[in-house]
Design a protein around this ligand. Structure first.
Ligand SMILES: [Fe+2]
Ligand SMILES: [Fe+2]
Length: 252
């Protein structure tokens, strides 16, 4: 039995319990078209990003890594389904904002290309970076919106992302065997976070500007999550299995 078998059972149960949540009703509690148009375009990019990711499940199913068992594969399948639910909610948000969904975008292409080139461990690392990107962004956007359904939906999505973050951290922690793998993780993780930060600041600059979100706010949120992830992944193996959302979930 893998050392983290109980942890995968925990995540499998958690994601399974959430799997029957209905989509929020498509009702506009305020005139969303008054919000900046750039927000619709920005959320459409995130909507596209939340739509993919299914190949990671088949990759995990075929994996021979010790840490991967049936519960992990099932939890991963539930995780992908939750991301698709996020895509559906974001599609509602984009429409309420008067925007159009998109089918392609350079950042989404970059993300998909990166994932396709990789084995399971690197793919999970990229997914972890995407969780940080989403979590920071949804919370930052929500912090600038008036009380409304759209703000609540973004915060709900961010809460899901926090547990995804924890799930991926647990997997990566199970893959670190010594100082070399820790060094490789840290180098790749920090490079990935740097690239992600630049990409988001460029691709979403208009929405960030229109919602009065300063670049320094984005960077501060980024830094806080980057450190939280590093301490969660690099925690000693003696602490393995005691993960709690408080370890990874920072505040924006
Ligand atoms: Fe998501
Ligand atoms: Fe996620």
């Amino acid at each position: 039995m893998p050392v983290n078998a109980n942890l995968w059972k925990h995540f499998n149960r958690l994601f399974e319990q959430r799997s029957n949540r209905p989509l929020p009703p498509l009702d506009a509690d305020l005139d969303y078209t008054q919000l900046p148009r750039s927000l619709a375009r920005s959320l459409a990019v995130f909507q596209l990003g939340e739509s993919g990711g299914g190949t990671v499940v088949s990759q995990a199913r075929a994996s021979r890594l010790d840490a991967v068992d049936d519960d992990y594969v099932c939890a991963l399948a539930h995780f992908v389904a939750e991301e698709h639910r996020h895509a559906s909610i974001l599609a509602i948000c984009v429409r309420l904002l008067g925007g159009e969904l998109i089918r392609t975008n350079w950042t989404a292409k970059l993300f998909v290309l990166g994932r396709r080139l990789m084995g399971l461990r690197l793919k999970i690392l990229v997914l972890l970076a995407a969780e940080v990107v989403g979590l920071c962004y949804y919370r930052l956007i929500a912090s600038r919106l008036p009380p409304c359904n759209l703000r609540d939906w973004l915060l709900d999505i961010a809460a899901d992302e926090a547990s995804h973050l924890e799930f991926h951290c647990a997997f990566l922690r199970s893959q670190l065997r010594g100082p070399v793998s820790r060094f490789v993780f840290l180098s790749m993780w920090r490079s990935l976070m740097t690239v992600s930060e630049v990409v988001v600041l460029i691709d979403h600059r208009k929405a960030l500007h229109d919602l009065y979100i300063d670049r320094s706010d984005v960077r501060a949120a980024w830094r806080s999550y980057r450190h939280a992830v590093e301490s969660a992944v690099l925690r000693s193996s003696a602490d393995f299995g005691r993960a709690s959302s408080a370890d990874c979930v920072g505040t924006v």
